[in-house]
Design a binder for this molecule. Structure first.
Ligand code: ZN
Length: 369
């Protein structure tokens, strides 16, 4: 019922725009539909360029995906979502753009590495929401997606990828950008990033319920994006809140022929020891693993003033003992520490952690560390 109401309004709105304004001022978004299976479909004016963007929500907000299309909507609006989807907004960020925003509920995890907006015809686009983990979505949409397609002379458009650019809401956080990171030869390296724990195993739980699994997954996803921006291929041992046992993490790394393996964790003591804080990074053996651990330790310590430097040290953890490539395991702070915990809970600090870890990895790959 909701859908048909909106479909009627959208068709009416579009007719009005076409009647009263030059055609090119009108939004090129003709219809859109998000199905219960997590498939977003768009019908647009033929031959337009659509770009998709992704942003993790800050604490208390869910992630967002938005798509920018040429032409401004007549009527900026929002529609309530259902299930994993919190809200859909049709906005006008400037006089010439339509922005379709999908905002998800807090706690929803999406995998930006696996989500692509794909042109399926000159006037059709499709985006599959990967990583919802079975959380249902209440179908929602506007307009008729089934209108006849303009098939003649169609060639598939280039698939746009996620692009760093100004945030939907600039005050929230900066976009991911690899600017300033060390350069390495593009396409030559493969790195495995292992966010520790996941699923039923939250890892350490600290002050304010801060969970290690959430911290390390957020940092790991950002490290992956940053490395990819420098032309490094990345494998993640998990990309969502799932439980992966330790041996599969190691076999994934060993079978991939990766150049480096980095496992990300946060430390914990018990809640009665908020005085214990600090950074430590482990390696098992070998000078290249030691160099990797030292580089990561140095970078994280540099952005964690006051948090004790517990050093880069030998350790016997399974994932660094059984991996065949240079490997390190970073404990990026104590979720139970009065100094470390608020930092680890801060999205801005987690971004700096991602930059620090990426910098260390790129330096080691490039031979400058
Ligand atoms: Zn851990």
């Amino acid at each position: 019922m909701v859908r048909s109401t909106w479909a009627w309004r959208a068709a009416w709105g579009l007719a009005l725009v076409l009647a009263t304004l030059p055609a090119r001022a009108a939004s090129s978004l003709a219809a859109w539909r998000l199905g219960g299976d997590g498939t977003l479909e768009l019908r647009t004016s033929p031959g337009v360029n659509a770009q998709a963007f992704f942003e993790e929500g800050p604490l208390g907000r869910g992630p967002r995906i938005w798509i920018d299309l040429p032409g401004a909507p007549l009527r900026p609006r929002s529609l309530p979502g259902g299930g994993a989807l919190r809200e859909v907004r049709i906005g006008r960020p400037d006089g010439g753009t339509t922005r379709l925003v999908l905002e998800f509920q807090p706690g929803v995890r999406l995998d930006p590495n696996q989500i692509r907006l794909v042109g399926t015809a000159r006037d059709r686009w499709r985006l599959e929401l990967v990583g919802l983990g079975g959380r249902p979505i209440t179908p929602v949409g506007e307009g008729s997606i089934e209108a006849p397609s303009l098939a003649s002379g169609w060639r598939p458009p280039v698939t746009p990828s996620w692009m760093p650019r100004p945030s939907e809401e600039p005050i929230v956080r900066r976009p991911l950008s690899g600017d300033g990171l060390p350069e390495v030869p593009r396409g030559r390296f493969l790195v495995v990033i292992d966010p520790g724990h996941g699923g039923p195993d939250p890892g350490a739980v600290g002050i304010g319920g801060l969970r290690e699994t959430d911290v390390v997954l957020d940092v790991a996803l950002q490290v992956a994006q940053l490395l990819q921006s420098r032309g490094v291929r990345v494998l993640l041992t998990r990309t969502t809140e799932v439980d992966v046992d330790l041996p599969p993490r190691v076999s994934l790394a060993n079978q991939s022929g990766a150049d480096l393996f980095v496992s990300l964790h946060a430390n914990a003591l018990n809640m009665s020891r908020p005085d214990v804080n600090g950074i430590e990074t482990f390696y098992f053996e070998g000078s290249r693993s030691q160099r990797l651990a030292r580089a990561i330790q140095e970078q994280i310590v540099a952005i964690s003033p006051g948090s004790p430097d517990r050093g880069a040290r030998p350790g016997r953890f399974f994932v660094i003992r059984r991996t065949v490539m240079p490997a390190a395991l970073a404990e990026m702070g104590f979720v139970t520490g009065s100094l470390d915990s608020p930092r680890l809970a801060d999205p801005g600090f987690r971004r700096r952690l991602a930059v620090a870890v990426s910098t260390a990895i790129l330096r080691v790959l490039g031979g400058s560390s």
